[in-house]
Design a protein around this ligand. Structure first.
Ligand SMILES: *Cc1c(COP(=O)(O)O)cnc(C)c1O
Length: 396
């Protein structure tokens, strides 16, 4: 037998964390890494956050799980909190981002079917998007590397160039149900949509009675410097998928919708065994207690601006390595002029700095939102040392 007990779908690296302390991860052999990956935009409060640990411990000792067939005081409280903080009127809780997007896709289709327009099932999605790894969410992305081996895809998705409003408009037809878009593409390389594009999609949706569905699984929950990124664009969606940061490390996601966007989501149409269980609700509440306020969001914006300004100065020293800095808040991308993966490995293995590689030659910088001045200094020390000691591999 040569297959490993862990199904070998991830090419795992040699870093084997066993403990976390605030913005650092500690490996099996005691090596300390500065964590600018945050479990891919998950650990908003860093590692070992007392409020989050306390909330989970207390709830675990009280009531961990019950069926959604019972009333949920814990779910009602967190849903109310999200309704108060956002555009949404109603919330469905999931355990992951892909499930949140699945619920959003179902809600967009169900809206039209509830209106008697069952031919309107198609979502226009955008190139280099990432929406998850279920059959529906890989079908929603044009990235062939995720399709390979899993055909046929689900019907009902049309791919459009990202940030190209005219192209999106041209794809609208009698089968169109709506748009599914990340306001800031994450895996695609930290590419924020232009204001013109998102506002334009909102206007097209209004004009043609389409659902505007936002995937804020990566950019949502304070990461971009506002609670959700779309707030910076001055538009509201009909439906929004959120996950990653919302549980601070506990598996939690949600599909948020206006009353209109959830028109088709009636008794018996959707469900989840674990979704919204008391333990997850306690984790979500602890995260919102920390990040769901103006002071915290202002700090994220301030730290994001500070890091960004310094990064822009820094890349001027290495014009052959780096092209530009982009992103919002503490969701930053360093676009490189060389293949980013070897540099990301060099930072990790030689300078103990964890980042995340992404599409479009971009290195993602996703620190915990609670990062302090000392860790920001440490980051620039490691990045500067890393750039100074780096020689890009020559093409074979
Ligand atoms: C990570 C991600 C998902 C999928 O979330 P999972 O929890 O891995 O299922 C969906 N959309 C976006 C934008 C993401 O970044």
């Amino acid at each position: 037998m040569s297959i490993t007990p862990l199904m070998p779908v991830y090419p795992r690296c040699g870093v084997r964390p066993v403990r976390g302390e605030h913005c650092h991860l500690i490996d099996e052999d005691g090596t300390r890494y500065l964590d600018f990956a945050s479990g891919i935009a998950v650990n908003l409060l860093g590692h070992s956050h007392e409020g989050l640990i306390g909330a989970i411990q207390k709830q675990a000792a009280t009531l961990m799980h019950v069926s959604n067939l019972y009333g949920s005081p814990q779910g009602e409280a967190l849903a109310q909190r999200l309704v108060d903080l956002t555009f949404a009127d109603t919330v469905f809780f999931t355990n992951s981002g892909a499930e949140a997007v699945e619920c959003a896709i179902k809600a967009a289709r169900a809206y039209h079917q509830a209106n008697g327009n069952s031919e309107r099932y198609e979502l226009i999605t955008f190139k280099n998007a990432f929406h998850g790894r279920t059959m529906a969410t890989i079908s929603a992305s044009n990235q062939e590397k995720m399709h390979h081996g899993f055909l046929p895809l689900l019907a009902g998705f049309k791919y459009c160039e990202f940030d190209d409003l005219e192209a999106a408009k041209a794809l609208i037809g009698p089968n169109t149900a709506g748009f599914l878009v990340e306001p800031i593409q994450g895996e695609g390389g930290i590419r924020p949509a232009s204001g013109e594009f998102l506002k334009g999609l909102r206007a097209l949706a209004d004009e043609h009675d389409l659902m505007l569905v936002l995937d804020e699984v990566q950019c949502g929950v304070a990461r971009s410097g506002t609670f959700y990124a779309h707030e910076q664009y001055g538009i509201d969606p009909d439906i929004l998928a959120t996950a990653k940061g919302i549980g601070g490390g506990f598996p939690l996601g949600a599909c948020l919708a206006t009353e209109k966007g959830a028109r088709g989501m009636t008794f018996g149409t959707h469900g989840s065994t674990y979704g919204g269980n008391p333990l997850a609700m306690a984790a979500g509440m602890a995260v919102l207690d920390a990040v769901g306020n103006d002071e915290f969001l202002a700090e994220v914006r301030e730290k994001g601006e500070r890091i960004r300004t310094r990064l822009e100065q820094f890349i001027g020293n290495y014009p052959d390595l780096f092209e530009l800095v982009r992103g919002r808040g503490l969701m930053l991308g360093l676009k490189m002029k060389v293949e980013p993966r070897p540099f990301f490995v060099h930072l990790r293995d030689n300078h103990q700095l964890l980042t995340v590689a992404a599409g479009d030659n971009t290195l993602r910088l996703l620190p915990p939102l609670v990062i302090g001045d000392a860790e920001i200094e440490e980051f620039f020390d490691k990045l500067s040392a890393g750039a100074a000691s780096y020689t890009a591999p020559t093409a074979a």
